[in-house]
Design a protein around this ligand. Structure first.
Ligand code: CDP
Ligand code: MG
Length: 768
């Protein structure tokens, strides 16, 4: 029963209008943001779900996976230093109040789905309740989280509540970091870690039960685990699976696990008035700013009462613009009217510094206006929110099987998310939700539920893992939502083309070794072959791989041309041999060498050279972890090899792994993808930019869609003959009369025949 009101029409009075017209300063500032906003204006006008809507500028800096990695490194290094938070009284937590009901259900059912509002105590209490009931006597109590940050911070919290040392009875494991011991009985981990554990222990015998937390997020790894559990539950009758979820998706989980019991933790919620716009807004940032100020001006605020504002935006960039605009406009208004109250404007996103994050939870005498990404939908407990402003958009990583490329896109949220967002306004008193989109776009352009990650991801890693679990026919795997046949086949083809699968779709020994590393298949291939006698450059490749695993280390101003020039000039001093990979290696080496002196000098060195200190720091940590893994996987008698500064051999090794990402020079800084003919550009921070005569062939680490252009990120010049030698699946010496596209088509046809052949063989086999 949505009430439709016009949120655009400004009812809050002349004051607001006045300041807008009167403020030249504001207009100047606005022009600065104009370029950013212009592109955003297009979004809502063009918004349809199945179309690429807009690619965010500078999206490489918003790679949440990489940021999560980096932030959790911070968290780990501070594990024992930060003082314990105040311990809450668990008797008041909704989950604890229904303890006996929960225990009964879990005891009586193999699978239990627990639904509860954020903050009801699912994550912190369920593991403790199972522990108190003695489940740890038959194996560990495992808890999975989709994000590293959450796994670590919740493990810390629970160890404090249970009054034990982290790493002992309560521990955690995340990629590259293991804080468990023989004593560990309650183990938090990312879903990716548990998935990898199934490789060595497919029945998960070490565990008596597993809680899959935040399952409604439908991360790729959670989805695969679902399929694996489906089988495991029939084998291990003693095993308990508990799935926690927001309301969305819970019915689907229940159906998937043979109508598993669902239990909703009761929690008081208040009604929320939902308001749509009557006409589409031209600019969601502008609308959000207006709406926030209007709420602030027309609703008095008393400290201690709920009355805070929560705005949902898409990412760090538009959050910062929104915060800045609200602050500027409010300052103008306050100059005109002294009675206007102050407002605490707080950004909320996952990579926020701990200091800023703590401000979100602290009490304040002022009204808070929190501007957040979709992490505030379910993952954060925000008290006192009475007003929600919902842009209706989010940023999503989407895989395009045609280009074999991931890109970050801004897309409409789903209806389930819209209701989740609105619900955040009704936790402590009746609230209001202002949706910055029309009822018709809500009804016609939004899916009921979010698209699960598995249906918008590159599946190379997943397939490698499933093949390792002896699931030879991926199509037969029990997916809760099946990925498209196209993306399964593209990913299988890519795996075949790098030598991880043979002609019959089975794992090769290279493929088997590759799956030992929890990193991108191309990177794990590069690590493995670097220790082949021919290359013998593992020490160097480990460093390069570490550098490729962290957010961009180059700081380059977005607007200031002078600063851009300055940082470009400095970067040139570090460049080596027409290669960004070698440049990264060089920077790593120099950073590693000054590491022995103080932390301050490391930081000063980074600032001086426009490098991101945090990124470099986590690259060195990741380096140490990868080196350990590589050492563990060495065959007897093998040693880690090094080629010191034989740059050519490192480039050849990079080419031997990344030949599928090759491009040929086209014109002025422009290249063409060798396989698809797609036009691509050098990234602005590439060391090849300064070169007069660009190399004919390059390989690149990844493709970034920035604005309307494909940018090759991390490029290395290579020789054409290397491509032919290592990438003979794709390339041969050019034959007159046959285009490269035609060549490619022939190759794919050949592969398809092999797949068909394999299928027909299997059909015969089963008929016998
Ligand atoms: O998982 P769910 O959202 O249901 O709740 P939870 O994470 O178990 O949180 C229960 C309570 O503990 C909430 O009031 C949180 O604010 C609090 N908590 C905390 O203060 N610090 C943490 N690191 C985790 C939870
Ligand atoms: Mg939770």
């Amino acid at each position: 029963n949505a009430q439709i009101v016009d949120v655009i029409k400004d009812k809050s009075g002349d004051l607001y209008q006045h300041s807008r017209n009167g403020s030249a300063l504001l207009n100047e500032k606005r022009k600065l943001n104009d370029r950013k906003q212009k592109s955003k204006q297009d979004i809502l006008q063009k918004s349809t779900m199945d179309k690429i809507i807009q690619e965010e500028e500078g999206n490489e800096e918003d790679d949440d996976d990489k940021r999560d990695e980096q932030d959790s490194e911070d968290l780990i290094s501070n594990l024992n230093r930060s003082k314990p938070e105040q311990v809450i009284n668990r008797d008041n937590l909704p989950a604890y109040k229904v303890r006996s009901q929960l225990v009964k259900l879990i005891n009586e059912n193999q699978v239990t789905i627990v639904i509860g509002e954020t903050g009801s105590g699912k994550t912190t209490q369920l593991p403790q309740i199972l522990y108190e009931e003695g489940y740890h006597h038959n194996g560990m109590i495992g808890i999975t989280q989709p994000r590293r940050m959450a796994a670590i911070s919740v493990a810390k919290r629970v160890s404090e509540e249970m009054n034990v040392k982290i790493g002992e009875n309560v521990g955690f494991t995340v990629r590259f970091n293991d804080f468990t011991s023989d004593l560990t009985e309650v183990k938090f981990m990312t879903d990716g870690v548990l998935l990898r554990e199934t490789l060595n222990d497919s029945d998960l015998n070490k565990y008596s039960c597993v809680i899959m937390d935040e399952a409604h997020e439908r991360s790729l790894n959670t989805d695969i685990l679902f399929g694996i559990f489906k089988k495991l539950l029939t084998k291990r009758r003693d095993f308990k699976l508990i799935i926690t979820s927001a309301t969305m998706n819970s019915a689907k989980f229940s159906r998937f696990f043979n109508n598993a019991v669902q239990f909703k933790i009761p929690g008081k919620t208040y009604p929320v008035d939902i308001m749509f716009q009557s006409i589409p807004s031209a600019d969601y940032i502008d609308s959000a700013v207006k709406q926030a100020l209007k709420i602030h001006l027309s609703n008095p605020f008393q400290a201690g009462n709920s009355g805070d504002i929560l705005i949902f935006m898409t990412g760090q960039e538009d959050i910062e613009v929104t915060c800045q605009l609200i602050e500027e406009e409010l300052n103008e208004l306050m100059k005109l009217n002294e009675e206007i109250a102050e407002l605490d404007i707080l950004p909320v996103y996952s990579s926020l510094s701990a200091h800023l994050q703590s401000k979100i939870f602290q009490d304040s005498k002022n009204r808070k206006c929190m501007v957040a990404t979709n992490i505030a939908e379910t993952s954060l407990t925000l008290k006192n929110v009475k007003f929600v402003i919902d842009s209706g958009l989010m940023k999503l990583k989407v895989y395009n099987p045609k280009l074999n490329m991931d890109s970050l896109q801004i897309v409409p949220i789903s209806k389930a998310q819209a209701s989740q967002r609105s619900g955040r306004a009704g936790r402590t008193c009746p609230g209001q939700s202002f949706r910055l989109y029309t009822l018709s776009s809500f009804e016609n352009e939004m899916w009921d539920e979010p698209i699960p990650e598995i249906q918008r991801s590159n599946l190379m890693n997943t397939i490698l893992l499933l093949k390792n679990l002896n699931i030879s026919d991926i199509n037969k795997f029990k997916f809760i939502d099946k990925p498209s046949t196209e993306s399964i086949e593209t990913s299988q083809y890519e795996l075949w083309s790098i030598g991880a699968l043979d002609n019959f779709g089975s794992l090769t020994s290279l493929g088997r070794s590759m799956s030992q590393f929890p990193i991108d298949p191309l990177l794990s291939k590069m690590l493995i072959i670097s220790n082949f006698k021919k290359f013998s450059c593992t020490a160097e490749i480990v460093r390069i791989v570490a550098m490729l695993s962290v957010p961009n280390i180059f700081i380059r101003s977005r607007n200031d041309a002078n600063l851009q020039k300055k940082s470009d000039k400095i970067r040139e001093n570090f460049q080596i041999g027409e290669s960004d990979h070698l440049t990264l290696l060089n920077i790593f080496n120099q950073f590693y060498n000054i590491k022995s002196t103080s932390k301050n000098s490391e930081e000063a060195w980074c600032n001086k050279n426009y490098f991101n200190y945090k990124s470099l720091k986590s690259a060195t940590d990741i380096h140490d972890q990868i080196l350990q893994l590589v050492t563990k996987n060495l065959k007897r008698g093998e040693k880690i090899t090094s080629c010191y500064d034989d740059w050519e051999i490192i480039k050849e090794c990079i080419c031997a792994s990344f030949y599928s990402n090759a491009a040929e020079f086209y014109k002025h800084g422009q290249y063409k993808h060798c396989r698809s003919g797609l036009e691509m550009y050098l990234h602005p921070t590439s060391s090849l930019n300064g070169i007069g005569d660009l190399p004919k062939y390059v390989v690149f680490h990844e493709l970034l869609l920035t604005g309307q252009k494909q940018h090759m990120n991390y490029v290395t010049a290579i020789r054409g003959e290397w491509l032919i030698a290592y990438g003979s699946v794709f390339y041969s010496r050019r034959v007159r009369g046959v285009s490269s596209k035609e060549n490619q088509r022939l190759k794919e046809e050949q592969f398809q025949k092999l797949i068909d052949f394999e299928r027909s063989k299997r059909a015969e086999h089963t008929e016998l």
